[in-house]
Design a protein around this ligand. Structure first.
Ligand SMILES: Nc1ncnc2c1ncn2[C@@H]1O[C@H](COP(=O)(O)OP(=O)(O)O)[C@@H](O)[C@H]1O
Ligand SMILES: [Mg+2]
Length: 309
């Protein structure tokens, strides 16, 4: 395991920031930790980096207790709300950080140039960070985290303030890192982002882990469909086991169907027989779409303290 956390607890005085969190992250995973402000995401990352001491429980990084020098060497970190020294340019900053990390000059210059190019910052090397937009600072922060080619990346709200093009570049870069075997641990409150990018997610609420799983499992498909026909469904049309309601201002029907069960039913979809019946009733199909629960549905249900959908 790259990250292994057991019954981890952190109290700040009487305030409990983490209340017994257990979590594992396997190698070469894009892992997303979601939760509202104050949920404990940053605290968890800081414990894994050895920057905050837990009150109780166990935390290991790359098979070693957190905070050990050899584990830290393998880690890149983009802190939340980081501040880069403004009088530097991107090149001089990366050169300084690379030198502090002991990367030989030629190697660090090549790697810096490659990262600035990949992150869309090439051509701005002479501009001081003072003149950077929030998105540019964020991308440079990411270049800083990747400079020594770490095996594990911790990114705290990495795409905060980054425009859509920049987000796409960051996403592509992280997918490439994952392909090379890097494990990426992302804290985010941007659900769509995490849904698109991450293999596995966990949702933290007030210091407690509510769910973990693959994005596919957590957004498992509902047995309902959005359908449009070329005309209204005749009142005489009936289909056993279907609930039909009109949605989206009358332009779509939501058809909820009971799953087909029994011998020989593998792969059979109730929607097929439903559509055949509709066709026999003279209705022509114009739109068909399976409805999915989004990560947002799940998140909102958890954030509001309700049942999971
Ligand atoms: N150094 C600290 N001292 C006291 N309370 C803190 C400290 N750091 C974080 N907290 C509190 O712990 C909780 C979790 O914070 P944090 O881990 O930053 O959450 P998140 O990153 O999910 O927004 C919050 O209620 C926050 O106010
Ligand atoms: Mg935070």
């Amino acid at each position: 395991m790259v990250v292994s956390v057991k019954q981890l607890e952190k109290r700040y005085g009487p305030h409990r920031a983490l209340g017994g969190v257990s979590l594992d992250v396997e190698p070469a995973t894009l892992f997303g930790l979601l939760g509202q402000n104050g949920a404990g995401k940053t605290t968890l990352i800081k414990i894994l980096l050895g920057l905050v001491v837990p009150t109780a429980g166990e935390a290991a990084l790359l098979g070693q207790p957190v905070g050990t020098f050899s584990a830290r060497r393998e880690v890149g970190y983009l802190p939340e709300d980081h501040r880069l020294p403004e009088y530097h340019t991107s090149t001089s900053l990366l050169d300084l950080y690379g030198a502090l990390q002991g990367i030989p000059r030629r190697q660090r210059r090549r790697r810096a140039a490659e990262l600035l190019d990949l992150l869309g910052l090439a051509g701005r090397e002479k501009l001081r960070i003072r003149g950077y937009s929030k998105g540019m600072k964020q991308r440079l922060g990411l270049a800083q985290a990747l400079l020594h080619s770490p095996r594990v990346l911790f990114l705290d709200e990495p795409t905060d303030g980054v425009d859509p093009v920049g987000r796409k570049e960051i996403r592509d870069l992280l997918l490439e890192e994952r392909r090379r075997g890097v494990t990426v641990f992302i804290n985010s409150h941007l659900l769509g982002e995490v849904e698109q990018l991450c293999d596995r997610v966990a949702i933290l609420r007030k210091g407690e882990l509510m769910v973990t799983g693959t994005v596919a499992d957590l957004t498992r498909q509902k047995a309902s469909w959005l359908v449009a026909f070329d005309r209204g469904v005749p009142v005489s049309f009936r289909f056993p086991g279907a609930t039909i309601e009109t949605v989206e201002g009358g332009s779509r029907l939501r058809v909820s169907l009971a799953p087909i069960e029994g011998p020989g039913a593998e792969g059979a979809e109730a929607i097929d027989t439903f559509l055949a019946a509709a066709s026999a009733a003279g209705l022509r199909l114009r739109h068909l779409e399976r409805e999915r629960a989004t990560l947002e549905d799940l998140y909102l249900a958890i954030a509001s303290g309700g049942e999971t959908p």
